[in-house]
Design a protein around this ligand. Sequence first.
Ligand code: GDP
Ligand code: MG
Length: 411
Amino acid sequence: MLNSPFVQGEALIKLSGIGDIIFLIILGGFALLIMLALYKKLVSKKRSKYEVTPSQKEESLNEAVIEKQEELDEETISIEGGEESGDKEASHEERPEVIPIKVEELAKPIQPKTLKEGLKKTHDGFISRLNRIFFSSKSITKQNIDAIEEVLFTSDVGVKTSQRLLDFLSDTLSKKELEDSSKVREALKQKIKEMIKIDAPPIIFDKKPYIIMVVGVNGVGKTTTIGKLGSKYKALGKTVLFAAGDTFRAAASEQIEIWGERTGIQVVSGQEGGDPAAVIYDAISAAKAKNIDIVIADTAGRLHTKLPLMEELKKVKRVCNKAVEGAPHEIFLVLDANTGQNAISQAREFNEALNITGIILTKLDGTAKGGVVIGICDELKKPIRYIGIGESVEDLRDFDPDEFVEALFEQ
Ligand SMILES: Nc1nc2c(ncn2[C@@H]2O[C@H](COP(=O)(O)OP(=O)(O)O)[C@@H](O)[C@H]2O)c(=O)[nH]1
Ligand SMILES: [Mg+2]
């Protein structure tokens, strides 16, 4: 039976059927593998389109730096041509942190404060706590010293400066003196005075026009301070001109123009989004032509951690020097006292980039963090020139270390 052709044929058909199926399975497997390989290749191609390798990253960074350099090299071409350069490509989209300016609030009439009133919060949060320790007993115990340390550490004086103050007390006072609270209080007060007295000549406006550049992050009070400064200098008999160098923020020019109207000071402004260096150059040229004594230049204050702001400010500084050799004669850094220790780190960064000549500490009236004055002077060794203790024009005070410490320690 087995040999019958019919049976053999059936067996052959069976065999070839199994063979076909195995062959088909193997073929299908291969096809699947090939498809998988193709799919992987496609996906990795797509990904690499968006991924940047470290060397690519470096390349594009270098390109950006070269581009920036070229941009900076070209900076004065348009300025020297006398035209306002519309530096629109320093695009607004790249500059996110915009705090709206409330122009309408500028109209409010405000009563000036006394220094003591302006420093009340810091007095209450810092000196009153110290006084409580000093007046709680005639003698100072180890516990009292620990309490003094805690007040200093928590009053935004800064850790390093607080330590320096404590070391001073233990190094200079005898054991007997250290037990006498009035001696410790007096020694601390004198040392604070000494720390905030930075040796710097008074500002005498010995150049004409005297160029003052005002820098600082957004919202610290630059424009408001410029308005107050203009008024102060005018009262000294000087002619003043404002340069609306914050071309970035909407209503920034309007804000300084309102200050111009309020103080009777002329303002030179450019287009929103325009090159601030060009606006300031134009303002200096106008001041020279009109024989004006002082130019105060406002600037934008986007976050200082972004390279472009510092580059922009360095450019403004160079352009000032191009307009008047030796200018800017002052670079005032405006710091908001509310930011406490952050003010010190801002000061360090601005100083590194621009070598600032002085500090203006604003909003001391609204904060208990006034102890930061001591940390700023001690760490930066730059003079605080003015302090802001309120929103009225008179609330911008010349900073006098003796008067400041006396007002702060007053009961
Ligand atoms: N209380 C108080 N407010 C201030 C002082 N200086 C500025 N300001 C306010 O701070 C806000 C921001 O000021 P502005 O000049 O626009 O800051 P800019 O962004 O640095 O130009 C405004 O509402 C000012 O009135 C100050 O010394 N005390
Ligand atoms: Mg401003």
